[in-house]
Design a protein around this ligand. Structure first.
Ligand SMILES: Cc1ncc(COP(=O)(O)O)c(C=O)c1O
Length: 383
């Protein structure tokens, strides 16, 4: 038996996505930017993918969805170009719990002279709107608040954050990489100016994503070169990836409501099972609105690395947080920002489910995990 519960790191490409991509990995290899029919006949597939992505995020103008190489590129583009539109507004405001794709970009911009403000979060991991409001002002060009946190699943008050930014004339960007496809997002209704998404987090392929940029925003291109994407993003189109992303977006939209209910029920089964069988386990952000698929649990007195190793030996894939922190023993910046103490932050495990998670996988974790925790507790100097 195996259990894959690390879907916030990456998801299984849906079989329908793979099927949709196959022709473009083979016979349909034309370059959509070519003059000849063999290449240009591929363009409608790209435009159809664009429309599917736009529909998933509630963008009425599909032409404002630009394909990128993924969430990291989209975040870099939004921040680096967003704070260069108006020389009088060089500042950036973001939060302490962003993914490194945003935080490291902001840090880099800070080193190159852009003032950077980091808004605090509440102990539950949600944006502290007072702290955020105080940072917005006439010298800020762009504010970036993630839609859902990748480690805790906490949903941020996006519409409020967007409206506060707009009231100050600040462009509002959201890294919605973990939210898109899992919960309804509507850029028009929520007042979002720019939104990043990524294919491989929603059962699409890796290495493809998109940035939505509201019409009227003169966002300078980030990648320079040919005139692809109306001059907004240079580089030969990743046709199979884009087609796969489009199909993944369609499937996500079709299945979202049903999937939310099923995944939430499985997550609750996991949470309740763990709380009942692992004494001292604590759910992080348990009271906050969260993604249906994510739970972060602290097993006080036991190191997450040891838990993950023993789970892996039994065929269970989970994580201690963002995949990018793997390999480093630093406690999660997200949990530290929530005032979780260092020892507890070093004892946190994230389980993230998907539409393909089965009850048998959850039951397998519940069968294996209590023994692992008890065994590690019995040899832990901290327990
Ligand atoms: C919230 C968030 N933003 C950005 C990224 C980066 O996306 P990509 O892997 O497509 O570059 C991730 C990936 O883990 C993420 O969770």
């Amino acid at each position: 038996m195996k259990a894959y519960l690390d879907n916030n790191a990456t998801t299984m490409p849906a079989p329908e996505v793979v099927d949709a991509m196959m022709p473009y990995l083979g016979a349909e290899y034309g370059n959509p930017s070519s003059f000849h029919t063999f290449g240009s006949s591929v363009m409608p597939a790209l435009e159809s993918a664009r429309a599917s992505v736009a529909a998933l995020i509630g963008a009425s103008d599909a032409s404002r969805v630009f394909f990128t190489s993924g969430g990291t590129e989209s975040d870099n583009w939004a921040l680096k170009s967003g704070c260069s539109i108006d020389p009088g507004r060089p500042g950036i405001v973001t939060t302490t719990v962003e993914h490194p794709a945003v935080l490291e970009t902001a840090r880099h911009l800070g080193e190159t002279g852009h003032p950077v403000g980091l808004a605090a979060v509440t102990p539950e991991g949600s944006l502290d709107l007072d702290s955020y409001r105080l940072l917005l002002g006439p010298s800020v060009g762009v504010a970036s608040v993630m839609a859902a946190n990748n480690e805790t699943g906490v949903l941020m008050p996006l519409a409020e954050a967007a409206s506060l930014a707009r009231a100050e004339g600040v462009l509002f960007h959201t890294d919605a990489v973990q939210a898109v496809g899992k919960i309804p997002i509507d850029v028009d209704r929520m007042g979002i100016d720019m939104l990043s998404l990524s294919g491989h987090k929603l059962h699409g392929p890796k290495g493809v994503g998109a940035l939505f940029v509201r019409a009227g925003i003169a966002l300078p291109p980030f990648m320079h070169g040919g005139h692809h994407e109306g001059g907004m993003r240079a580089g030969t189109y990743n046709v199979p990836g884009i087609v796969g992303l489009g199909r993944a977006a369609e499937l996500a939209l079709e299945a979202m409501e049903e999937e939310r209910a099923v995944v939430t029920a499985l997550r609750e089964r996991l949470e309740q099972g763990i709380l009942a069988t692992c004494p001292g386990a604590m759910i992080t952000s348990g009271a906050a609105p969260r993604l249906p698929n994510t739970v972060n649990i602290i097993f006080r007195g036991v190191e997450s690395e040891s838990i993950l190793t023993l789970l892996d030996m039994q065929g269970i894939s989970a994580s201690s947080g963002s995949a990018c922190s793997t390999g480093s023993r630093d406690p999660s910046h997200v949990l530290l920002a929530m005032d979780v103490d260092r020892n507890c932050a070093n004892s946190a495990i994230r389980f993230s489910l998907s539409r393909y998670t089965t009850a048998a996988e959850i039951d397998f974790v519940l069968e294996v995990l209590p023994g692992i925790i008890a065994r590690l507790r019995s040899i832990s100097p901290y327990a």
